[in-house]
Design a protein around this ligand. Structure first.
Ligand SMILES: Nc1ncnc2c1ncn2[C@@H]1O[C@H](COP(=O)(O)OP(=O)(O)O)[C@@H](O)[C@H]1O
Ligand SMILES: [Mg+2]
Length: 363
C-alpha cells in the first residue's frame, strides 16, 4: 500500500490551448478512499489516467509511495484500474479473465489459481468461475472487473465510474460493497464519479473539480458544511443549496422586501462588495412571520417532510427573476401552490459568498 501525490500535475492535450487538468495538487493518504468528482469534462478521467500512466504529464509530477512515477510505463506503477466498461475478454472464463494479468506477469499457476479463488470468494463469484462474461448479469460482470484488479494485489486501485453501467438499485448496493471491500483490503483507492451522492457516500475524502481545476478537497461533511466557493456549494447536496443574490446593506443582505440578517463580522469581511450571494440549504429554511417572500410553485410531498419550490415574490428587475428556490419543511406546514410564504434561515447555517469572486466569506 502507498500514498499518492499529484504535484502540480498538468495535462494539455495536443491541439488544445487550455489544460484539461491544471496544476493538480492533491495528496492521497496510504489506505485512503479518495473520490474525484465533478461534472462531465472537468478532468477527472484525465487525472486518473495520468496516475495510471495512460496519459502524459506535461508539467509537474506524480508520486506513488516514495517513487516518482511520472515517466514510468503503466506496468511498472503497481496499480490496477477498473474501467467503466469493464473490458472483460468475451472468449475467456471468469477465472481466466481474473487471472490474466497474473499469467502475463508469469505468476506460477498454483499461486494464480489461489489468488483468483480468494478474490472470487471475497466477491461472491465462486460459482461463476467457469462461465463466460456473456452468461453473467451486469452486476456480476462488474464484480469480475473488481476481481481482476484485486488479484493483482496492487499498491493502488484506480476506478473510473465503475458503476455507471448498472441500474440505479444495483448501483446503490454495489457502492456499499465496494466501500466495504476497500476498507477490508485497505488499498489506497482513487475513485472517479460525476455523481455527487456516490462521492459523498463512498469517499473518506472527496476532491471536487471544475474545468480542470481542483476546487476543494475535504471530508464529505466538511464539503457539505463549509463549501469553499459557489461552485462546490451548488454542486454538493441534493436538492442543491439555494444561492440567492442580494444587495449588501447595514445589517444583512436584501432579498426581495426582506433583509436577511448577517453577522456583523461577516459583513465586515465582505468589505465594499455591493452584492453578496447567500447560500441556504433547503433544510435550513423554515416558514415564519417575517422572512424571504416566496411564491409557491410546487409542493413535493415526501411523507414526513415536503419540498416547497417557489420563486422570489415581487422580484424586481435587479433581482434574479424566475430562479427557483427550495425549502424542506414539515409536511403538516406545507401551504398549497399559488400561496406566498415567508421563509427564515437558520443563522447558524448561513453561507455567505462574494458574488464577484465566488469565494466563501463566512466562516
Ligand atoms: N484524448 C483527448 N484529446 C483531446 N482532448 C481530450 C481527450 N480526452 C479528454 N479530452 C478533453 O479534456 C477535458 C477533460 O476530459 P476528461 O478528463 O475525460 O473529463 P471527465 O472524466 O471529468 O469527464 C475535456 O474537455 C475533454 O474534452
Ligand atoms: Mg471521465
Amino acid at each position: 500500500m502507498a500514498a499518492v501525490a499529484f504535484n502540480e500535475a498538468t495535462r494539455i492535450y495536443p491541439g488544445s490551448d487550455r489544460p484539461a487538468v491544471d496544476k493538480l495538487e492533491l495528496e492521497i493518504g496510504d489506505g485512503e478512499f479518495m473520490v474525484l468528482v465533478g461534472p462531465s469534462g472537468c478532468g477527472k478521467s484525465t487525472s486518473l489516467r495520468m496516475l495510471a500512466g495512460l496519459e502524459e504529464v506535461n508539467s509537474g509530477s506524480i508520486t506513488i509511495g516514495d517513487r516518482d512515477v511520472t515517466d514510468l510505463p503503466p506496468k511498472d506503477r503497481d496499480i490496477a484500474m477498473v474501467f467503466q466498461n469493464y473490458a472483460l475478454y468475451p472468449h475467456m472464463t471468469v477465472a481466466d479473465n481474473m487471472g490474466f494479468a497474473l499469467k502475463m506477469a508469469n505468476v506460477p499457476k498454483a499461486e494464480r489459481q489461489q489468488r483468483v479463488l480468494d478474490a472470487a470468494k471475497l466477491l461472491g463469484l465462486e460459482e461463476f468461475l467457469n462461465r463466460k462474461p456473456k452468461a453473467l448479469s451486469g452486476g456480476q460482470r462488474q464484480r469480475v472487473a473488481m476481481g481482476r484488479a484485486i488479484v493483482r494485489q496492487p499498491q493502488v486501485f484506480l476506478m473510473d465510474e465503475p458503476l455507471s453501467n448498472l441500474d440505479a438499485k444495483l448501483r446503490v448496493s454495489t457502492r456499499t460493497q465496494i466501500g466495504a471491500l476497500q476498507a477490508r483490503l485497505g488499498v489506497t483507492t482513487v475513485y472517479v464519479t460525476h455523481d455527487q451522492v456516490e462521492a459523498m457516500t463512498m469517499g473518506d475524502r472527496v476532491a471536487v473539480m471544475s474545468a480542470g481545476l481542483l476546487q476543494q478537497v475535504d471530508s464529505p461533511l466538511s464539503l457539505y458544511d463549509k463549501p469553499k466557493n459557489l461552485f462546490v456549494a451548488g454542486f454538493i447536496g441534493s436538492p442543491a443549496m439555494n444561492l440567492i443574490e442580494g444587495e449588501a446593506t447595514e445589517g444583512g443582505v436584501k432579498i426581495g422586501d426582506y433583509t436577511l440578517p448577517i453577522a456583523r463580522d461577516v459583513l465586515a469581511k465582505a468589505g465594499n462588495e455591493k452584492t453578496l450571494t447567500v447560500g441556504i440549504r433547503p433544510e435550513n429554511l423554515s416558514i415564519a412571520e417575517q422572512g424571504i417572500p416566496l411564491d409557491v410553485v410546487m409542493v413535493e410531498e415526501l411523507g414526513a417532510d415536503s419540498y416547497l419550490y417557489g420563486t422570489l415574490s415581487g422580484a424586481t428587475d435587479n433581482e434574479i427573476t424566475g430562479q427557483q428556490y427550495v425549502a424542506r419543511i414539515s409536511a403538516r406546514q406545507a401551504p398549497g401552490r399559488g400561496n406566498t410564504v415567508r421563509l427564515t434561515a437558520d443563522p447558524e447555517h448561513l453561507h455567505v459568498f462574494s458574488t464577484s469572486s465566488g469565494d466563501r466569506i463566512s466562516d
